[in-house]
Design a protein around this ligand. Sequence first.
Ligand SMILES: [Mg+2]
Length: 425
Amino acid sequence: MKQSRRNFLATGAAASAAMLTQVTTFGAAHQEAITKTPLFSAPTDLKITGVKSAYIRRGAGLFIKITTNQGLIGYGEGVDAVGGTHMLVQRFERMLIGKSPLNVHRLYEDIRKGGVFGGAQAGVYIAVLSAIETALWDVSGKALGVPVYQLLGGKFRDSVRVYCDTALYQNNLPTPADFAKNASEAKSMGFNAIKFDLDQANDPGKYDRYNWTASPKELDRMVKQIGAAREAVGPDVDICVDMHGKYDTITGEKVAKLMEPMNLMWLEEPIPAENIDAYKKITESTSTPICAGENHYLAHGFTKMLSSGAVDIVMPDLQKAGGLGEGQRIANLANLYYVPFAPHMVATFLGAMATAHVCASVPNFLIMEWQIYFHTDPMFKEITIHEGEQVTNSFVKVSDKPGIGVDLNEEAVKKYAAQGYPFFE
Ligand SMILES: [Mg+2]
């Protein structure tokens, strides 16, 4: 092509401008190439390089961070049975370094079976494993570009219904008026299901400090408290009642019977977790649905409870019962007995969303626990990174982002980190 002088000059000017741009942004193209290179271009080459822990809530809340050779990071959370477990995390890290995080079930089984002679049936071992397993799902979802519910087989629902735990137990001897006020407040916040605790260690009506039988005065207090809550919110709000396993079988039977007119969604842990036969006795004695599971571990912890009809509803805590895969297994097992799945949840929004992925992935999901602290304690807003609202009108929208869809703001976590524990190191 014949080029005129005018064109030549124009081209030259453009070239000079381009060169100038190149000079002023030296290295930009290289940086852009790095940015555009998909981190998950070769999932088969993905390897775990680190499994680190950090703790909040004086050690009762565990965060796990899994790092990889491709820069992808996965987060998981464990609760309750996790205090003082950083050495256990280090032990599990040694079992995971160099492995592909994509084989979630296999790595989970390696760790679980690796501890069967050391207490891997329950407790701290399984709670820590739950946090690690969750982080494996998170990093796998990020590597493959899909949300965790997709890895779990897809979803039955886009949003997960939650009930609000009112935390009225923090009050000293709450009155029926306090119950009514808290119930109304939760309803006005948009919640259509709420939970109250009825066990009060300092109730002056108690027979004594160690006796597990509720006195007539205690029973009367319980009926008045829940009666006031029911009256305040009307018949359309679901009410759950928790006794934290603090009573004996005859008390469980009496409270369940007394609560029948209140039309509860469930009565939770009227007695301690261990004796399934005692649960069956209470469940068969009443029309109030009986719920248990937050102190049971693994699917094995639910087999007898389900096959014997000892409970009406199961409520495993996925941050301690074995993680997301085990949570789905428990839900599917319950489904075989036509029993609803209503997971306990006392984690941060990371654990809440992780649990929500499982709730979305099973047909028999009933409702998930939500905590008032998400609205009252600034820590729970500061330490997680996510898109959109945490909860809207009793529903949590299940994230469509790769992985869990909730990351940790490590700087904020550091601000609230438990003293005397490692911080992702
Ligand atoms: Mg409970």
